[in-house]
Design a binder for this molecule. Structure first.
Ligand SMILES: Nc1ncnc2c1ncn2[C@@H]1O[C@H](COP(=O)(O)OP(=O)(O)OP(=O)(O)O)[C@@H](O)[C@H]1O
Ligand SMILES: [Mg+2]
Length: 324
């Protein structure tokens, strides 16, 4: 059984207008997505800005009201508040936010920020609590004198580590990490990702790792879902997505990864232009008449793509021939 199963999740925001302020339309931020996360794995959710990634993350953790669909945890649908309470879901599933400065209360000291989930769920004695907070700071590589400081006294990378410490405080099963390193320099990105990996190995945590950048998730994720316009356009293992991508949108995200090898730059630029051209020219083949992604079809037991079945098969065959 998977750690968590997301079935046909939809989150629609009402748009109100007119004199009576009636609901006239809706933003379909998440529009029917399904995927499973296994225990101990890192699952990547990748797409461009506005594709619905944060809305998905927030609804999984319970911060956003679900319009329809199910989120199954230990066999129960936790979109029902009673199930969420019974399973201690709010303790077991934590979130690291996209923007660490606005997600950490500026008026609270680090000690209180990290202790907050402990106070909500664990009820330790004062001494035990302090010991645990010190332990958590140590895990993410911060000194004890951080205890009495405030969030603005830290760098972005240090603040993200404080976010990690708070998220792991209650020994969660799953952490939703929403662009945890996007705001950081490349060197600091690697540091925070390494902490996250080490903590995962030590505590057996699963991550739902959200990013707009396929380059960042490459070394983190076992399985990846590509999101566009509130739907999933491709879903597969790391090998499926990086080495056998089928949807033009996935190819476009792959082409957007910066090339670090100077000798390859010209070739890389040509590839990116060709993919961009194909993306512009072939909209009608890759999206339905309304411009929305098609439903997913399987091309292998692990690999799914949002295309008409015959088109998906012919792309998969062409891909196999190139490989052979
Ligand atoms: N509270 C809200 N009310 C109305 N629309 C919203 C709300 N929150 C998000 N949206 C809309 O839903 C869509 C998806 O937003 P979301 O924040 O999930 O995107 P994202 O993939 O996380 O983007 P980014 O990479 O920029 O963080 C966007 O079109 C956004 O404008
Ligand atoms: Mg977001």
């Amino acid at each position: 059984m998977s750690l968590i199963e997301i079935h046909n999740l939809k989150v629609h925001y009402p748009i109100r207008s007119g004199f009576w302020n009636r609901v006239t339309d809706s933003v379909k931020a998440v529009d029917g997505i399904s995927f499973n996360i296994e225990a101990g794995e890192t699952y990547g959710l990748v797409g461009e800005s506005g594709s619905g990634k944060s809305t998905t993350g927030k609804s999984v953790v319970g911060l956003e009201k679900v319009t329809s669909g199910q989120i199954i945890y230990q066999g129960q649908d936790i979109t029902q508040p009673a199930n969420r309470r019974r399973l201690h879901y709010n303790r077991d599933v934590q979130m690291i936010f996209q923007d660490s400065l606005s997600s950490l209360n500026p008026r609270k000291r680090i000690e209180d920020i990290i202790a907050e989930p402990l106070r909500n769920f664990e009820h330790l004695s004062k001494d035990d609590e302090k010991l645990r907070v010190l332990q958590l700071l140590d895990i993410v590589g911060l000194d004890a004198d951080a205890l009495y400081k405030y969030p603005h006294q830290f760098s972005g990378g240090q603040r993200q580590r404080i976010g990690v410490a708070r998220a792991v405080a209650t020994n969660p099963k799953l952490i939703i990490a929403d662009e945890p390193v996007s705001a950081l320099d490349l060197s600091v990105q690697a540091q925070v990702l390494n902490f996250m990996k080490r903590i995962q190995q030590e505590f057996g945590i699963s991550y739902l790792f959200i990013s707009h950048d396929l380059g960042v998730v490459r070394h983190m994720c076992n399985n990846i879902a590509i999101m566009h316009k509130g739907r999933l356009v491709e879903l597969g293992t790391r090998d499926d997505i990086y080495h056998h991508p089928l949807h033009i949108y996935t190819k476009r995200l792959l082409a957007a990864i910066p090339e670090t090898n100077v000798n390859q730059r010209a070739a890389h630029r040509a590839t990116r232009q060709a993919v961009e051209q194909a993306y512009q020219d072939q909209q009608a083949r890759y999206y339905d008449a309304d411009g929305a992604p098609f439903p997913l079809v399987a091309v292998s037991p692990t690999h799914f793509v949002a295309l008409p079945a015959d088109f998906a098969q012919s792309l998969a065959h062409a891909e196999q021939e190139v490989q052979a």
